[in-house]
Ligand binder design. Structure first.
Ligand code: KG4
Ligand code: ZN
Length: 345
């Protein structure tokens, strides 16, 4: 069998992504193009993603992004073997733009269409950098929209089970809300990460959600932490004291990284899994990856974190997931594929 080109389209949130990967006869993946157009700046003044604004931005960006990806890969659209698209979870209107585009390309080019799960796509991103997954691995997905612990068995065309998730805010959402409290710009992860480097992570003992003996072992909760930061800032202001911004940022960041890594390593230990993948926008966090590296080393677990560009939403991860499905001989989706905003993993 010869090489096959797989096209991936992503539009679940505020990134319009088109990726192209080459699937070799041995199942190896080569990334040929990864074009992303983001509407993040249009959402900044609202402090979060505005669904209507995101949908319109996808509509405007889809064709130019597709054109750039094809050019970058140096291929012809007619050479594409299959088209993969995020069918959910995500914002309803945003997903519709990507799925409609994918259907149009699939119909016009007479190529098979694969509607795929965005969360599995985040895990697939890692295979573009570190190769195939081992038989079993635990994946920690942390972004502005999701915070999940997954057990992946038999690769990405195999079985993916959600073993834990956030009961309230996603980790990235907590970063964005805390940044707002500290008058830092949106998205809040990068400025908090930078500020935290000048502070002391042990200065303030912010709460670690759901870590009591009776709490769900693998679930997360970040809204109490956010409220606790808000109370702390209010107390300083009432007392007329200057808010120690760097210490608040570092202590908040420590609380998030502590809970995420403790639960993910615990899942590896409990389930006898030797590999952990961390992906999603928050995977770019320096303390999260640092603490995960320390704790994985202690537990004898191999840690895989794709480069930041692949951690955030992109089309390449969707193309990679499509390639794993094609390689496994999975059945394509019907051309009347619908979007599923609340799609479980
Ligand atoms: O995966 P992503 O680009 O989009 C989705 O939400 O799907 O993730 C964006 C999130 C934002 O909440 C942003 O604040 C957070 O990732 N983030 C970070 C860092 N860089 C981005 N959070 C913590 N530390 C960072 N360095
Ligand atoms: Zn995502």
């Amino acid at each position: 069998m010869t090489d096959r080109l797989i096209l991936g389209i992503e539009s679940s949130c505020d990134e319009t992504g088109v990726g192209i990967v080459r699937l070799g006869p041995d199942g190896a993946l080569e990334l040929l193009a990864d074009e992303v157009a983001s509407s993040v700046e249009e959402h900044a003044r609202f402090g979060g993603v505005v669904p209507e604004v995101a949908s319109r931005a996808h509509l405007e960006a889809m064709t130019p992004t597709m054109r750039r990806a094809v050019e970058r890969a140096g291929v012809a659209l007619s050479d594409v073997h299959a088209i993969a698209v995020t069918a959910g979870p995500g914002l309803a209107g945003a997903l519709l733009v990507g799925v409609s585009a994918a259907k149009a390309y699939a119909a016009a080019l007479d190529k098979p269409l694969y509607g795929v799960n965005h969360l599995a796509g985040h895990v697939a991103a890692d295979t573009l950098e570190h190769g195939p997954l081992p038989e079993r691995c635990v994946a920690l997905l942390v972004s502005g929209g999701h915070s999940q612990l997954l057990l992946v068995e038999g690769g990405l065309a195999g079985r993916i089970t959600e073993i834990g998730s956030t009961v309230d805010d996603a980790a990235g959402e907590a970063y964005d809300k805390v940044a707002r409290l500290l008058d830092l710009p949106y998205p809040g992860g990068p400025p908090i990460d930078r500020l935290a480097k000048q502070g002391d992570g042990c200065a303030i003992a912010f709460p670690r959600g759901l870590t009591g003996p009776r709490d769900a072992k693998y679930d997360f909760s970040f809204s109490g932490l956010k409220t606790s930061v808000a109370r702390w800032v209010e107390r300083c202001e009432r007392a007329g004291e200057e808010v120690p911004l760097a210490d608040v940022a570092a202590s908040f960041q420590e609380a998030v990284a502590d809970v995420l890594t403790a639960k993910a390593v615990r899942a590896c230990r409990d389930l006898g899994v030797g590999t952990m993948v961390i992906s999603g926008g928050v995977a770019a966090n320096s303390r999260l990856s640092g603490l995960a590296a320390e704790r994985c080393a202690e537990a004898g677990v191999e840690l895989r974190v794709p480069r930041p560009r692949l951690c955030t939403d992109n089309g390449a991860m969707i193309a990679a997931l499509g390639a794993h499905l094609v390689a496994a001989g999975a059945k394509p989706s019907p051309l009347d594929l619908s979007t599923t905003p609340g799609l479980p993993v």
